[in-house]
Design a protein around this ligand. Structure first.
Ligand SMILES: Nc1ncnc2c1ncn2[C@@H]1O[C@H](COP(=O)(O)OP(=O)(O)OP(=O)(O)O)[C@@H](O)[C@H]1O
Length: 336
């Protein structure tokens, strides 16, 4: 794996306009974020609902317009590109969405859908059918699928088709936004394995968004943990899952079902989500560390100032004044 970044985010920020009664206000869904995405790596972005994972994933591809900062790719700032230049780069940066039911047009046959993308990427007409059939084979589907509509397929098969459509653009980077959380538990592993196989075979860079810190540690090279619109910890995936430094990462781990327990999708979601009441208000953000109201390790200074990302003894970075060190064993010590 090369360490040359395929994308470098510098101070990337996203604010959304919101209405509060008659007043228009803004929330900061992504606080200024610096992040290098290394060519060929699998980078997991984890965090609870509302922590800003989707916003970060979309903003790095400019599918959400950033309010500030830069997205550097081969020395070019993508935020400065016009629509036409961006359109030319777009096929190289693709997204797989959570819901394979709404992401496929129900009135298009699978073959038409794939061949349309191949046409846009400049594949000559006589080659398109064979290429589309090969893409279906790559995702484990028979060529009969070409003539059928999305309604003929199960959720897992639809997600395979959505992946084939993304591959038709010949991307370098794929952001997969919770690609398995809408699928039955029994087929989730198959879709993850497919993505990982395709990534290896094609030398892709994969950003995998998930709320399941335990699961991503098995597939990712690095994990970034988000809370309240910020990366609060980033590091090597296996190390972060066994010895997290930020109390929030530890809490997230403790809230995950154990891998040897056959948990239903509902249990996984319930365990990984937190009541909205526990999150600080985006319209009235707290001073200091946004996690301090839930943090059993909070110090007085956490109310006044945010720590900013600094190196951990585990080899990663965390924004915490009182992180767990490598010698401590936070797993199970905290409860969501
Ligand atoms: N278009 C929008 N307009 C206003 N607020 C938004 C918009 N999209 C997201 N938000 C808010 O931004 C914050 C981050 O949302 P985001 O969807 O990025 O989080 P997430 O971690 O991906 O959550 P989930 O796992 O539920 O998808 C949330 O408070 C959300 O309500």
């Amino acid at each position: 794996m090369s360490t040359e970044p395929i994308l470098s985010l510098r101070g990337l920020t996203v604010r959304y306009p919101v209405r509060q009664g008659l007043t228009r206000r803004e929330i900061t869904a992504l606080h200024p974020t610096d992040l290098d995405i290394h060519r060929g790596e699998t980078l997991a972005i984890v965090g609870e609902s509302g922590s800003g994972k989707t916003t970060l994933g979309r903003a790095m591809l400019r599918l959400v317009e950033p309010s500030g900062g830069q997205i550097l790719h081969n020395g070019t700032d993508l935020t400065a590109l016009g629509t036409r230049q961006m359109r030319a780069l777009r096929p190289r940066f693709q997204m797989v969405f959570q819901d394979p039911y709404s992401s496929l047009n129900p009135s298009h046959r699978i073959g038409t859908m794939l061949m349309d993308v191949l046409a846009h990427t400049g594949v000559p007409k006589p080659d398109r059918e064979a290429r589309a059939t090969a893409l279906l084979a790559d995702v484990g589907l028979d060529k009969d699928a070409m003539h059928r509509f999305p309604s003929a397929f199960s959720g897992g098969q639809r997600q395979r088709i959505a992946i084939a459509r993304v591959l038709a653009s010949d991307p370098n980077l794929i952001v997969a936004d919770e690609p398995i959380s809408a699928l039955d538990v029994s087929i989730q592993a198959q879709v993850v394995n497919l993505l990982m196989d395709l990534k290896r075979k094609r030398g892709l860079t994969l950003v995998f968004i998930s709320h399941d810190l335990g699961m991503v540690s098995a597939i990712a090279d690095r994990t970034a943990v988000m809370y309240f619109g910020e990366i609060v910890e980033i590091g090597e995936a296996a190390a972060l899952a066994t010895s997290p430094a930020h109390p929030y990462s530890a809490m997230l781990l403790a809230s995950q079902p154990k891998p040897d327990v056959a948990a239903s999708r509902a249990t996984i979601r319930a365990a990984a989500s937190i009541p909205a009441a526990d999150l600080p208000s985006q319209l009235d953000p707290p001073t200091g560390c946004p996690f301090r109201s839930r943090c059993p390790r909070a110090l007085d200074r956490c109310a006044q100032e945010a720590a900013g990302l600094t190196p951990t003894t585990q080899g990663g970075l965390t924004s915490c004044f009182n992180p767990f060190t490598e010698d401590e064993t936070p797993k199970g010590a905290l409860r969501a």
